[in-house]
Design a protein around this ligand. Structure first.
Ligand code: NAI
Length: 238
């Protein structure tokens, strides 16, 4: 076990896609999981299936909603031990056609949402003297790709935020790390043809390929790891 039994974990964007796999993996480790998402139908159904978990309707870009989500989690479980900032969106266009609306939308969810989530859980984690925040960045937080300007900026931002928080919160026993998935077939990536990607391990990632990194960073096996980035991309960025 990884010290996660009885711990409380919030997973944003946990209702579907890779986030759902994080929810299932943390639950399998014995954690009490709060599935925080804008998708109420899928989120509630998943919470009903996984005993001891809860659904919380949350738009991660909504500051007040974060306060309510953390208060509800503390009411229900008395702690927030782990936060996985996984909710994300993507959009793409050549720079001349990259509208301000597109830019604002992707920054609001991916970067501001991650900032708000970290800020909302820190008081409880500091009071407990421990906590683990796992921020989901991307290979696009490590390199550039055409047309993904807002997404890339947001994911580099998530990586940078992770580092500054790791430095600030280390003395309080709160660890902050990032995970960088490569290509995974989900609702977000339906328009990408994996045959065009160079993946040394020879296949696209499956959501389950990411679970080990998140469970590792969430639990005690990574007790001396903070400010780190774990790249899970089949070698795409090697
Ligand atoms: P997805 O589109 O399948 O799932 C995203 C989840 O986030 C959904 O449940 C959605 O409802 C939720 N969400 C979106 N906006 C939200 C908001 N404002 N508030 C709360 N929840 C919100 O996407 P996928 O592929 O599972 O992505 C998960 C994370 O992994 C994202 O941060 C994405 O950027 C990242 N990622 C995905 C890769 C891929 O190849 N699929 C590659 C690298 C990173």
């Amino acid at each position: 076990m990884n010290g996660l039994a009885g711990r409380t974990a919030i997973v944003t964007g946990g209702a579907r896609g890779i986030g759902e796999v994080y929810v299932r993996a943390l639950h399998a480790e014995g954690a009490r999981v709060v599935i925080a998402d804008v998708l109420a139908g899928e989120g509630k159904a998943l919470a009903d299936e996984l005993e001891g978990s809860r659904f919380c309707e949350l738009d991660v870009s909504d500051e007040a909603a974060w306060d309510a989500a953390v208060a509800a989690t503390l009411d229900a479980f008395g702690a927030v031990d782990v936060l996985v900032n996984n909710a994300g969106i993507a959009n793409a266009a050549p720079i001349e056609h990259f509208t301000l609306a597109k830019w604002n939308a992707v920054i609001a969810v991916n970067l501001t949402g991650t900032f708000l989530g970290c800020r909302a859980v820190v008081p409880a984690m500091k009071a407990a003297g421990r906590g683990s925040i796992v921020n989901v960045s991307s290979v696009e937080g490590l390199r550039g790709s055409e047309r993904l300007h807002g997404y890339t900026a947001s994911k580099f931002g998530v990586r940078g935020l992770t580092k500054s928080l790791a430095v600030e919160l280390g003395p309080d026993g709160v660890r902050v790390n990032s995970v960088h998935p490569g290509f995974v077939r989900t609702g977000m990536t339906t328009r990408i043809d994996p045959a065009r990607l160079q993946i040394p391990l020879g296949r696209p990632g499956a959501p389950g390929d990411l679970a080990g990194a998140v469970v590792f960073l969430a639990g005690d096996a990574s007790a001396y790891v903070t400010g780190a980035e774990i790249v899970v991309d089949g070698g795409m960025t090697a």
